[in-house]
Each structure stands twice: as C-alpha cells, then as structure tokens.
Design a protein around this ligand. Structure first.
Ligand code: UDP
Ligand code: MG
Length: 139
C-alpha cells in the first residue's frame, strides 16, 4: 500500500474542477484518506517546490501556487503514486495522453490543474508538509 500527495492547483479550484478531479480518483479506486483547502503563502510555495529552486520557472510557479486556494489530498492505494501520475498526464498538457486530467483541462505548462508526488520519498516529504498524522485517516 502506497500514499501520495495530490494538489488541485489554484487554476483547478478557480475553474470549478474540484469535483471533476475527485471523481477521477473515486472512479479509479483511489482512496482519499485526508483532504483540506488552504492558500499557500509565497514562502510556503517556495519551500514546497524547493527541489526546483534553480529552475527558470521557479519564481513564476511559486507566484502561481500562492495565487489562490488549493485543495490538498492524501491518496492511498496500490501503486497509487504511478496511478495518480497516469491519471494526471504529462507535465506539458500538449504531450499528455488523451483522457488525462492535464490533457483535458490544462491551458499552459504551468497552469496544469494538478500536482502529484513522483516517488515514495517525495510523497513522504509532501504529505508531511501539509498534514499532521492526526489529519490522516488511520495515520
Ligand atoms: N512547470 C513550468 N514550466 C516547466 C516545467 C514545469 O511552469 O517547464 C511547472 C508546472 O506547473 C509543473 C511544476 O512546475 O507541474 C513542477 O514541475 P515538474 O517538472 O515537477 O512537473 P510535474 O511533476 O508537476 O509533472
Ligand atoms: Mg514534480
């Protein structure tokens, strides 16, 4: 059993796609074991995406991620890290597979609706970034 962090980014929330994203998880036997809505500060977004601090898109990305409310979720299931990444689609929506969330809804390489952890180590860091164990079912 694995866990991963999912974020519905500010563009996804603003465009009314919370239900759509949650439905994808529910339809694909992915269990949501924690969920909340919040708005990150610029500093929090910088800390969350610290791994990308040297990248040219870091400043714009952290402005975007702190620009409005987001929904953060902990997902649980077998191979859920990879399963969630598959449902999301490639970072660049133009390269994302047909039927994926990003292919259907993203408008921009940055504004791509969802975030998903990419490995067990990053999932552990990202879940701990937003949730205490008391906020996670059976945590
Ligand atoms: N991003 C961007 N320009 C790029 C690459 C990434 O604006 O050239 C943004 C995009 O929002 C992406 C996030 O930075 O989702 C994190 O990048 P990463 O490569 O980790 O992609 P992800 O894991 O989200 O698919
Ligand atoms: Mg990533």
């Amino acid at each position: 059993m694995e866990r991963t962090l999912s974020i519905i980014k500010p563009d996804g929330v603003a465009r009314g796609l919370i239900g759509t994203v949650v439905k994808r998880f529910e339809e694909n036997q992915i269990r949501i074991i924690a969920m909340k809505m919040l708005r990150m500060t610029k500093q929090q977004a910088q800390a969350f995406y610290a791994v990308h601090r040297e990248r040219p898109f870091y400043d714009s990305l952290t402005d975007f991620m702190s620009s409005g409310p987001i929904v953060v979720m902990v997902l649980e299931g077998e191979k859920v890290i990879e399963k969630n990444r598959t449902l999301m689609g490639a970072t660049d929506y133009r390269k994302a597979a047909e039927g994926t969330i990003r292919r259907e809804f993203a408008t921009d390489i940055e504004k791509n609706i969802v975030h998903g952890s990419d490995a067990p180590e990053t999932a552990a860091f990202e879940i701990g970034f937003f949730f205490s164990r008391f906020e996670i079912l059976n945590g």
